[in-house]
Design a protein around this ligand. Structure first.
Ligand SMILES: [Zn+2]
Length: 255
């Protein structure tokens, strides 16, 4: 089997044990996006320390397994601190000196007013710094979440060519493609499988494959290498596989 360079375009690999990172490296994951998220952040400073940990300790740890991490910083809708506007200053610090390459993971989850305000403000930062943004979509009310996200992004004037609508699946792929945004394809049980991708390859081939791996969710750190191997066995053209597991992410993230 030919070996592909793999870019896992959305992970929380900082939560994975060394044994999982070693397997990812061995399976061909050479680069990944390391997206900020903590389960609880009551204070803005919690996220500041988290961003710093991703850019130092966790980046170094991944490097030991031959994996280059590209850090995305942002306020995830599940951990918006009361004084979240303070976090915008921290995000700017990391974007302005290049320690972070983009904004993420951000998005809507429960559709509150605070979520929308935080997303708008972070879209503004992405536009201002000309960086890609990785947007979460929730497991429920998915079409509504994508519609609202696209509307907010349009209002701010975000570059849709660098706007990744993640966790896109069969129910939202049409909307995302029509909008000109980039589909993030998280291979996860109950959301999207490699079989689903192959069944509608024309729809999905502009997407960025990822594992969204985290130790607190039902995810698989080897989701992308396994999807690549499956697609190859099923006879998908090598150039298409290469785009989905490597080139599309490198282009959208401009690395
Ligand atoms: Zn995620």
């Amino acid at each position: 089997m030919p070996r592909f360079e793999i870019f896992d375009s959305h992970t929380h690999a900082n939560t994975m044990p060394n044994s999982a990172l070693e397997l990812m490296g061995v399976a061909g994951v050479e680069e990944l996006a390391l997206c900020s998220f903590v389960p609880v952040a009551r204070n803005a400073e919690t996220l500041s320390d988290h961003f710093e940990e991703l850019c130092t300790f966790q980046r170094d740890r991944l490097d030991k397994f031959g994996i280059e991490a590209h850090v995305f910083v942002g306020i995830h809708p599940l951990c918006i601190p009361a004084n979240w506007r303070r976090v915008l200053e921290f995000i700017e610090d990391y974007l302005s000196d290049g320690r972070a390459v983009g904004v993420g993971e951000v998005g809507l989850h429960n559709f509150g007013e605070k979520e929308e305000e935080a997303l708008l403000a972070q879209f503004e930062l992405a536009r201002e710094y000309g960086v890609p943004v990785i947007v979460h979509t929730p497991p429920f009310e998915r079409v509504k979440a994508v519609e609202k996200t696209l509307k907010l992004a349009e209002k701010v004037g975000v570059d849709f060519g660098r706007l990744v609508i993640d966790h896109t699946a069969a129910d939202t792929i049409g909307m995302v493609n029509d909008s000109g945004a980039v589909p993030g394809l998280s291979i996860k049980p109950g959301l999207l499988s490699a079989e689903d991708v192959i069944a509608n390859l024309d729809d999905f081939e502009a997407g960025l494959l990822n594992s969204d791996c985290a130790n607190v969710t039902n995810t698989d750190p080897l989701a992308v290498p396994k999807a690549v191997s499956f697609m190859l066995r099923e006879g998908v053209e090598k150039s298409i596989i290469e785009k989905m597991c490597w080139k599309n992410a490198r282009d959208v993230y401009r690395l």
